[in-house]
Every structure is written in structure tokens, then in C-alpha cells.
Design a protein around this ligand. Sequence first.
Ligand code: 2AL
Length: 245
Amino acid sequence: MKIKVINPNTTASMTEKIGAIARSVANPETEIIACNPKMGPVSIESHYDEALSMVGILDEIRQGEAEGIDGYIIACFGDPGLLAARELATAPVVGIAEAAMHAASFLATGFSIVTTLSRTKIIARHLVNNYGMSHLCRQIRAIDLPVLDLETDTEIKTIILEECRKAISEDDCGAIVLGCGGMADLASQIGNILNIPVIDGVSAAVKFVEALAGLKLFTSKTGDLAYPIAKPYTGMLSSFELNKL
Ligand code: 2AL
């Protein structure tokens, strides 16, 4: 089975890290194709970044559908463009935030999220509400460092570990969800130190996509996730017209 893991930002080092973690948890017969869009923000930490990242994500999905991909992962914690991606794809599409929250819900009655910048907490809050996870999400915490610091800051693991310790002592949570694709490599190390489930959405999404595709399940084309209606697209987005795909 081929799973395309889309890092929605254009930072190649983060794409490599996400791909390596995905491969480390995938079944031996699963091929992980890690990619990032050719265009878009180098990191996603605002509504603006999210909105503009979606064009590149959808471009990767439409290419994947032509290439016979069996499932997709949107590897940014805002799950940008998730429903639009599902409209374009027949193969299952899973976002890392929804994957991590659902995994946490199987393991604990309450979880806290530890994310990057404080301003992105509202993005996580919207997702918690949309996914019906409000009763499980005890707290959304931020280390208040930008996403790209995850690539360079040598103290990052210690900083995230400290925030996770605070979550355990102050939030009454039984599990922690790491709120950024760039934290994928830290979950198992932090989980081992704290002896609590610490969930990386990339890893969880790989296992969920393997399960869905393995069950020969596909994205519903009945109702609102049917293929988008073909119509003219103008200007810079004219190549996104569906009859040109
Ligand atoms: C993210 C993420 O997962 N990747 C990215 O560029 N921005 N979201 C976040 N809250 O840090």
C-alpha cells in the first residue's frame, strides 16, 4: 500500500523528519511517500498560513489520485484543507490532529494538547470543537516558540518535556497530544520519560490509514464529499479547474 504523507509547509527538513517517523511505524509492506507542496509558507502558524497552504496540499492530492495512492495524511496540526482534500480523493485522507485526538480518546478520558505558538491554540480549539472532543480536551498549552525552532533549537525537547510535565500536574490529563507535525520525533522519547501516552499524530495517522485502506474503505462520494462541481476557475487558480485535472 502507498501512503502519501503531505507536510503542508515547504520546509524540506521537516518533511524528511515526518517521513522518517512515518516509515518507522508503518508496516513493512507500506510505502511512505513524504512530500511537501512546491508553493506555500515555510511553516503554518496562522489562519493566513493555513488558508494559503491548502492550494499546495490540494495539488499534492490531485497528483496522488492520478498516481494510485491508497491513502493520504495531512501532517500539520491544523488539519488544513482536510474536507476539501476528501472531496478530491477517493482514498482515505486523515489529518494528524484528528488522528492524535482519536487515538488519545481510546487511551484516556482526558488529554491535553501541547503546541507551538500561543496564537495557534485557537486553531487547535476549533478542531477540538469540530471533532466533538471538547469533553476530552482538558487544556491546550503552547511552548510559545515558532514551528521552525523545532528544526534548530537544541533545547526543544527539554522545553516540550517541561510543558508536558505541567500538563500532567495541572490539567488532570491521562494523555498528551503533541500539537505540531515537527514534534513527531519527540513523542516516544517524552512518553518513555513521563510514563504516560504521548501521541504524535503522524504515527497515529499512519496506523489509521493503514487500517482504513486495509479494510478497503474509501472516502464517501455520497453527499458533501462528492467530487467538487466542475466550473471555471480564473486567474492564478485557473489550473485548478476540475475538468483540467
Ligand atoms: C503546524 C504544524 O503541525 N506544522 C506547521 O507548519 N505548523 N502547526 C502548529 N500548531 O505548530
